[in-house]
Design a protein around this ligand. Structure first.
Ligand code: AMP
Length: 538
């Protein structure tokens, strides 16, 4: 029997129409060198219609790829709306990729037009002559350098057309936006989100069992719009009426603390590295005012317990941990303690990667693909499926990553009967010592609780007796000191004895990936090249 429901396609234009009318006066704020610029959702949507009309006139057609090489700002939001809603595909380019990788992804996606923030022109200039498919560069802002040759001025281009562009009715399964993985090994791989997947992901992000964005929120969007669509929050904003604060290039702890004080966001999204910096800045700043925040969403990497405790104890702010990947749009699990959890136990939930959100399914499997128990103890690889989880990569076969209709995440850990996931490692970061696994994530999280430690990253290094052992790379806080013996002593009451690292390296900072996560690949390479001095305890 057929249902009698209307068959309305789930399109991004539907999300935008809703935001534009129901939340027309909500605002997008952009922090600029000359102060804060603001525009209402209505104005942003109308400007997006102008942009779509201008792009159409330029020759952009349905399915064409339009790149963005931009900070988080209002113009980027306009591109987020215009390009997919007109039927083309927005390719968000990671501004921190090496030139070879950047050229690779532009060529692989076959971008024909790219919108570039003027302040990034010198960076983009490095690939300009390596990207033959790009016919036009649209420059947003003033650039006197002339490094990019012939360009189109964004503002003149946009304002040359009237608003009123009619968004076409599209197939909800057609491509809307694409993002390449930040690929720590090999070439980045493209993930293509559809209108339907984006729509459903936006809806999931408004549920109170997940991050619960609503029209009562103003969101400071620190996570870049080139990193998995700013974790989906840009579209969710129009879906839910959530105001957006776009920080552009002002991503240091000092600037963020100032922004929070002045623009009063209720929620903010970013990787743990950013939050660590905010804690550093506020350590000796009694006038730091984070009181507007109802919570911060931290994800993309394990969130150390000490960080969650610090935000709770110093500011009364809940850290909401989320887990996901470029391949999962990304929101897949969010860690909110179950109702009735006593306050003193809440943190034990907040340190977990997250609880599976409705719409996706997660399981763990062993090396043979056998599904394992969800008992909170058995460890295996997470596999995930659902309508906003990718089923393949763009233009490349990678059968290893897919299993029986499920995506193999490469994340190792356990899951309990209530759907809470605990990540112990990326499969490539696992330390196999004497046939047993040591969790680098646990070691890092524990050592970071030492008051002298600012950051810590643990890598596996070869060991004659045990095959592999952990090498603990630590960054001391300014003016703090601690010896390797002292740090190992600190760990000794907190982790199993055979986990205790013998090898300790004191480094200036942990290398970061293009999206701000710990880059252990760089540490491994340094170790392999004998360029990572360390001391060995007995
Ligand atoms: P990306 O595609 O760059 O977003 O990276 C996805 C990867 O980040 C995941 O496969 C995990 O290894 C890691 N990740 C994301 N969220 C978390 C989390 N809450 N805890 C631990 N690792 C995480």
């Amino acid at each position: 029997m057929q249902s009698t429901m209307q068959d309305a396609p789930l399109l991004i234009s539907g999300i935008i129409r809703h935001g534009e009318y129901v939340y027309s006066e909500k605002k997008v704020f952009t922090v600029t060198p000359d102060g804060v610029e603001e525009a209402t959702f209505f104005q942003v949507a109308k400007r997006a219609e102008q942009l779509a009309a201008a792009l159409t006139k330029l020759g952009v057609q349905s399915g064409d790829r339009v790149g963005s090489f931009m900070w988080n700002n209002q113009a980027h939001m306009e591109a987020y709306i215009a390009v997919p809603c007109m039927g083309a595909v927005l390719h968000t380019l990671n501004i921190r990729l090496f030139p070879e990788q950047l050229a690779f992804i532009i060529n692989h996606a076959g971008d024909s037009v790219i919108i570039v923030d003027a302040s990034l022109a010198p960076v983009f200039a490095k690939v300009r002559d390596q990207i033959p498919s790009v016919k036009h560069i649209i420059l947003h802002g003033k650039d006197e350098s002339g490094l990019l040759g012939e360009t189109i001025d964004y503002e003149t281009f946009l304002t040359s057309e009237p608003a009123g562009f009619e968004w076409p009715i599209l197939d909800e399964r057609s491509a809307a936006i694409m993002c390449y993985t930040s690929g720590t090994t090999g070439n980045p791989k493209g993930v293509v989100y559809s209108h339907r997947s984006t729509w459903l992901h936006s809806m999931a992000s408004t549920t109170t069992n997940s991050i619960g964005l609503s029209e009562r929120d103003r969101c400071l969007l620190i996570v870049p719009m080139f990193h998995v669509n700013a974790w989906g929050a840009a579209y969710t904003a129009f879906f839910a009426g959530t105001e957006l604060i776009m920080p552009q290039m002002y991503l240091q702890g000092e600037a963020i603390v100032k922004m929070i004080k002045e623009l009063r966001p209720t929620i903010s999204l970013g990787v743990p590295t950013i939050w660590n910096d905010v804690l550093r800045v506020t350590q000796n700043a009694p006038d730091a005012d984070l009181s507007s925040l109802r919570g911060i969403v931290a994800g993309g990497a394990a969130v150390p317990r000490v960080m969650i405790e610090a935000f709770r104890d110093r500011f009364g702010i809940d850290v909401i941990q989320g887990w996901g990947m470029t391949e999962t749009s990304p929101l897949a699990a969010v860690s909110i303690p179950p109702s009735g959890t006593p306050d003193d136990l809440a943190i034990d939930y907040r340190v977990k990667a997250g609880r599976v959100v409705a719409g996706v399914e997660v399981r763990i499997t062993d090396e043979d693909g056998t599904v394992l128990a969800r008992d909170g103890k058995t460890v295996g690889e997470f596999e995930i499926r659902g309508p906003w989880v990718t089923a393949s990569y763009y233009g490349v076969d990678d059968p290893e990553r897919f299993h029986d209709g499920w995506l193999r995440t490469g994340d190792i850990g356990s899951m309990d009967a209530e759907g809470f996931m605990t990540i112990s490692d990326r499969s490539k970061d696992v330390i196999k010592s004497g046939g047993e696994w040591i969790s680098s994530v646990d070691l890092e999280g524990t050592i970071m609780a030492h008051p002298a430690i600012f950051e810590a990253a643990v890598i596996a290094v070869p060991d004659e007796r045990w095959d592999e052992r952990p090498l603990c790379c630590v960054v001391l806080r300014p003016d703090a000191s601690a010896s390797a013996e002292e740090l190992r002593e600190f760990l000794s009451s907190r982790v199993a004895k055979w986990w205790l690292p013998e090898r300790w390296a004191f480094i200036e900072s942990v290398p970061k990936t293009s999206v701000g996560k710990f880059d252990k690949k760089v540490l491994r390479a340094k170790y392999a090249e004998d360029d990572l001095p360390y001391e060995t305890l007995d």
